[in-house]
Write a protein that binds this ligand. Structure first.
Ligand SMILES: NC(=O)c1ccc[n+]([C@@H]2O[C@H](COP(=O)([O-])OP(=O)(O)OC[C@H]3O[C@@H](n4cnc5c(N)ncnc54)[C@H](O)[C@@H]3O)[C@@H](O)[C@H]2O)c1
Ligand SMILES: N[C@@H](CCC=O)C(=O)O
Length: 516
């Protein structure tokens, strides 16, 4: 019998044995860098001339891998194979599909640090962040495998004397998973595993800067017993194959995680019924955030400063959940700001593949570096620079953790997703005003309130309009099965990854009445 779900524990790298194991994994993966990777279509390896160069963002000269780039012809072939494979995969017993995920998860757990090492090289993650990403990938596989077992017999409904009514869930068909680079393993694996275990077949288009870790995941799925053609690996550019896959009349659903602009584009395109299309496509689009921590006047101010700093600068602020706005009651504003600045100035920034002591690694690539530095310049015009404000892209893409004070709630720094280590502070005259500012964005993903006043926390529970709300802690770090994750408004369709309803997005209920 399968034991009840429990999330994968994080590794404590202050323990020497763990540190040594991670160093050994980094060495092992270091020896694998620079390889060429093919597409995987129906289990077949297809090497293309044209390749993505996946670089280490902490050392731009280091190539992590050369990854084959799918064309529209490859996408078409993969689509056909996924369509054919659906006819057999959908008939697999749900518990047998779940067994593939249990096996894959066990294999990843045994090679946990190896996967984290890929994330350190390919995404520039600090060890702790890489370890959390790998743990979350394991969690998604374990959790969704259990969830399909919960749904496999449908739901009870009523029957009259002369009939037997049954209500069951069946899969949808071929889905396209389009994943981001920032949780290059967890989100990629979760957005594949959920629909897959539900009986759908998948075309996986991973982010172009982190395709190698996705290839390693494909190898695990295959070794764990996934039949050829169930998940097809087709990295490619958004412009060349992204639109093609979204528009394809045989695409049944799109499971997207990424930026608001791309999510909205996919949503609009998928709404158009194409020639030969027999259904309305489903779109699951989890998008950006502009997340706020509110600090009340009655609050643990040390906790407030620590929560803001860790949520703003963990993984260089490159989380959709990252705190990019701190809204502080005017009575305690200066104290919280000063302490956050002090804590921020203690943080170290540098490469993480050769040094675990750096709190922050690089940002993702040149485009991310340029974007963050552009916002630093905007911030200098919109407010007071209190910490950071500098970047260095000579070896890798490093930006110092940056705090701006006294930013107007309507300013660009308070409204636009930066996706880097920049947080804007603003003053609220009372708690109502703080919530008003917190809700004043197009997004609605995460938020936190630091307060010792129960009535105000309860007020926030009702009025702070975000998909994931936290009290007296930071606003990042949702755990699969404990804090189902997804946002409101322009943060997306609120699919709640890692939640009990998630698989229903990839299933359709069918009612059968047998009259006697
Ligand atoms: N809400 C969430 O759960 C969540 C989680 C992680 C990241 N994010 C968001 O993701 C963004 C960062 O990730 P990113 O930079 O990889 O996002 P992105 O939108 O640039 O890319 C995401 C994916 O979309 C693909 N893509 C680009 N153009 C496309 C097109 N025309 N058609 C189809 N696919 C296309 C990319 O290649 C990539 O695989 C941030 O906005 C962040 O907030 C949200
Ligand atoms: N689920 C992650 C964020 C994912 C988006 O980047 C968190 O809760 O911090």
């Amino acid at each position: 019998m399968v034991v009840p779900y429990k999330h994968e524990p994080f590794t404590d790298f202050t323990i020497e044995e763990n540190r040594k194991e991670m160093e050994a994994a980094l060495k092992l993966v270091g020896g694998e860098l620079g390889k060429e990777y093919p597409l995987i279509i129906g289990g077949e390896r297809v090497m293309t001339e044209d390749k993505f160069v996946s670089e280490n963002p902490g050392n731009r000269k280091q190539v992590v891998g050369y990854v084959s780039k799918a064309t529209q012809d490859h996408a078409e072939k993969a689509h056909k194979i996924a369509d054919e494979t659906f006819e057999t995969w959908r008939k697999w017993k749900p518990e047998h599909r779940a067994n593939v995920l249990y096996r894959a998860s066990a294999m990843i757990r045994r090679r946990k640090h190896e996967f984290s090492a890929y994330l350190v090289y390919e995404a520039g993650k600090p060890w702790k962040e890489a370890d959390a990403d790998t743990a979350e990938a394991i969690d998604f596989l374990e959790y969704y495998a259990r969830q399909i077992n919960r749904l496999k017999n449908g739901m009870p409904i009523n029957s009259r004397e002369i009939e037997d009514n049954q209500f069951n869930y069946i899969p949808l068909g071929v889905g396209v998973t389009i994943s981001p680079w920032n949780f290059a393993f967890a989100i990629m694996a979760g957005t594949v595993a959920g629909p897959m275990v539900a009986g759908n077949t998948i075309l996986l288009k991973p982010a172009t800067t982190t395709p190698v870790v996705a290839y390693k995941f494909m190898e695990v799925l295959e070794e764990a017993g996934m039949p050829a053609g169930v998940v097809n690996y087709i990295p490619g550019s958004g412009a060349e194959i992204g639109d093609y896959l979204v528009d394809h009349p045989r695409t049944r659903f799109i499971n997207f995680t990424g930026s608001r602009d791309v999510g909205v584009r996919i949503y609009e395109r998928a709404a158009k019924v194409q020639k030969g299309q027999k259904w309305l496509k489903r779109v699951i689009a989890e998008m950006g955030g502009k997340d706020t921590i509110v600090v009340d006047k009655e609050a643990d101010l040390e906790l407030a400063a620590e929560s803001i700093v860790s949520s703003a600068f963990g993984f260089s602020g490159q989380k959709c959940s990252a705190c990019s706005r701190a809204v502080i009651h005017e009575d305690v504003y200066d104290q919280v700001l000063d302490r956050a600045v002090e804590l921020t100035k203690e943080l170290t920034v540098g490469a993480t593949f050769n040094d675990n002591s750096n709190f922050m690694g690089p940002v993702n690539d040149q485009a991310a570096f340029d974007k963050v530095m552009k916002y630093v310049e905007i911030g200098k015009e919109e407010g007071r620079l209190m910490a950071g404000g500098e970047g260095d892209d000579s070896e890798g893409y490093f930006v110092k953790p940056t705090i701006f004070a006294d930013i107007d709630p309507e300013a660009r720094l308070m409204q636009e997703e930066i996706f880097g280590p920049v947080v804007a502070f603003t003053k609220a005259k009372d708690f109502d005003h703080a919530l008003e500012i917190a809700n004043n964005t197009d997004y609605g993903l995460t938020g936190a309130v630091i307060s010792n006043n129960r009535a105000r926390l309860e007020q926030a529970r009702e009025d702070f309009h975000v998909g994931n709300l936290y009290f007296n802690r930071g606003c990042t770090g949702a755990i699969v099965g404990y804090q189902p994750f997804g946002g409101f408004n322009m943060s997306g369709t609120d699919s709640k990854a890692g939640g009990p309803d998630y698989l229903l997005h990839f299933l359709q209920p069918k009612t059968v009445t047998d009259q006697f």
